[in-house]
Design a protein around this ligand. Sequence first.
Ligand code: UDP
Ligand code: MG
Length: 329
Amino acid sequence: MTAEAHPAGDKKTITYIFPIYNEAGNIALLHETVSKVAEELTDRYHVEFVYVDDGSKDDSLSRLQVLADSDDRVTVIELARNFGHQMAVTAGLDLADADAVIIMDSDMQDPPKVSLELVEQWERGYEVVYAQRRSRQDTAFKKLTASAFYWFLRKVASIDIPRNTGDFRLIDRKVVDELRKFRERDRFLRGLVSYIGFRQTGVLFDRDERHAGITGYPLSKMLRFAADGILGFSVAPLRLISRLGYFISFLSFLGILYVAGVKLFAPETAVPGWAFITIGMFFLGGIQITMLGVLGSYIGRTYAQSQGRPLYTVSSVRTPAKPAPVTKS
Ligand code: UDP
Ligand code: MG
């Protein structure tokens, strides 16, 4: 870090990144709580906050502007529309100029005080410190689908993604620099962070309930996100196609043997067989269409990537006023 980049001189900088989508009811409390927690860091570090408004439809943005007016450690990035949680975090990572960033949800589900434990592990030399849920206050449905998803992902993915983690984590500058090189569209950040490597460790915590507002992850977004995790880190679904193909071919071979046997040894018991044909047709048809869908999912991702569009568009950035740069002699 160069001295002129940071007004705090030789203190290292830690930047909190908050993706914001319709969090008007949480912003004030969040900032107050995080600022309080960050007081414990200010003797050693320069602390900054980057809030990324992901096209909120409530008055989150104006509340963020109020924050920026009153606190000169606050940066507000306004995305030009709703790009989704992962893109909002990406925009924050792209802009933050810090020795370490801490990514947190903005609905108070990730308790701000846990960030101090993340920093402690960073000081011990870990470059990625993820917060791992010991317990969570979510609906039974969410807990069940999440645990099924992570079980499956660990089974099929080519990387080791720690269980019960979200994007709540501290990431060292070195890892952020690597992460910035990954410009894939259908992003599953926690997977990318695992993929990148470096020394990583976890800190256990109890996840709270959302403070105000409603989830920005309805079932449809959750399913998309789950698909991004699996398709982005595994070709197992593609391999599944040929395995199913072998299996069905084997079944039909048994069918041929059976039909030949009946014809040769007991022709009088032969039935017209319409039911068998109908079921076989639907069964095969269903599997073929499903497998076309699997192919389509990968082709769709390839197409989107080949368009090479920017990941998000920014309509405004409001950074704290920096003092005039110190000229080097
Ligand atoms: N979020 C976002 N863009 C979206 C949806 C959510 O930036 O399109 C943010 C949201 O404001 C929150 C975080 O992502 O800070 C996690 O979202 P949420 O709490 O709604 O998800 P859940 O905890 O229900 O999975
Ligand atoms: Mg939440």
